[in-house]
Design a protein around this ligand. Structure first.
Ligand SMILES: [Zn+2]
Length: 301
């Protein structure tokens, strides 16, 4: 049972949109690529954990605080006997382990996820004590990328390698688990304490005027789109989409980037750029949003 869904982090969604509408410096681009990769790894891990057969509660992407320290848990699993925490890593390529440190093949040290998971484990234990919950905790680092190799990997550490993931899950599936209100109550308390994504540290400053306008292809993100009657068609990949849907998709992009701006026919007409007829835009907005105000003060919610 999934008790807390995993949503695409808003910071990642914003970077995704900005990267196609403005030029982004290479450092931000790197952060975007690594956030995206991390998120994809988590989704991949979800496909395994969602298959569990025994009774359990899954809480995804928790941001918690205890004693003024914030920590994040990628996936948390509550079963009858214990709570399991997973730190999911989508590293690809060759790495090596030496003196409790993790290095890439070309000797660049990266944050050791075992330290990360140790920290989460300790902070989470403190939180359980505070909430007067008595449950054993187990915390793991899961490397999900089949292309990942770790030389000199230590034995006896809480690591799940790509080749062990299936076995780990089938062991869980074979462990009898029945949940009671006690477990549900734990889940509810944790979700209640979840902090919404606080800030978007990687998102650069942006300005409406400087963003590239236009509907982009749903499939390949190209701006090379032609409107032909009911359809938008991509000149690069030939993908076709109903203009009405493409406009709505663009409205979602606009509101993600400018959540405080009102949706008006004028602004969406300017944002979509390629739909020449303003009336058409207002027709789509009218049939999908609630109209507020009159005449030139009309906006949509
Ligand atoms: Zn395309």
């Amino acid at each position: 049972m999934i008790h807390k869904r995993r949503d695409k982090p808003i910071g990642l969604r914003m970077l995704e949109l900005l990267s196609k509408r403005m030029s982004i410096d290479s450092k931000t681009m790197q952060q975007y690529v690594s956030l995206k990769k991390g998120y994809e790894g988590e989704l991949f891990f979800d496909t395994f954990i969602n298959e569990l057969k025994e009774e359990c509660i899954i809480l995804n992407d928790l941001l918690l605080e205890v004693n003024h320290t914030v920590f994040q848990i990628d996936s948390l699993l509550i079963t009858q006997e214990k709570i399991q925490l997973y730190e999911v890593k989508n590293f690809g390529g060759d790495f090596y382990y030496e003196e409790d440190k993790l290095f890439t093949r070309n000797q660049r040290e990266i944050v050791n996820p075992l330290h990360q998971v140790g920290r989460s484990n300790s902070l989470f234990s403190q939180l359980l004590i505070k909430l007067q919950i008595k449950m054993p905790i187990e915390a793991f680092v899961v490397f999900v990328n089949p292309d990942f190799t770790l030389y000199q990997a230590p034995i006896g550490k809480p690591i799940i390698f790509p080749g062990q993931l299936k076995r780990h899950m089938s062991n869980l599936s074979n462990t009898h688990s029945r949940l009671t209100n006690y477990h549900k109550n734990i889940a509810e308390q944790l979700v209640e304490r979840h902090i919404a994504e606080p800030l978007y540290p990687h998102v650069p400053h942006y300005d409406y005027q400087l963003l590239r306008k236009g509907i982009t292809c749903q499939k390949c993100d190209s701006f090379s789109i032609t409107v032909e009657r009911k359809y938008c068609s991509c000149n690069l990949c030939n993908h076709k989409e109903l203009v009405s849907l493409a406009v709505l998709r663009s409205v979602e992009e606009f509101t993600t980037l400018f959540p405080k701006e009102k949706i008006t026919t004028n602004i969406i007409h300017d944002w979509c750029k390629i739909v020449t007829c303003k009336k058409r835009i207002s027709r789509y907005l009218e049939s999908n949003f609630q109209k507020e105000g009159v005449r030139q003060w009309t906006f949509y919610k």
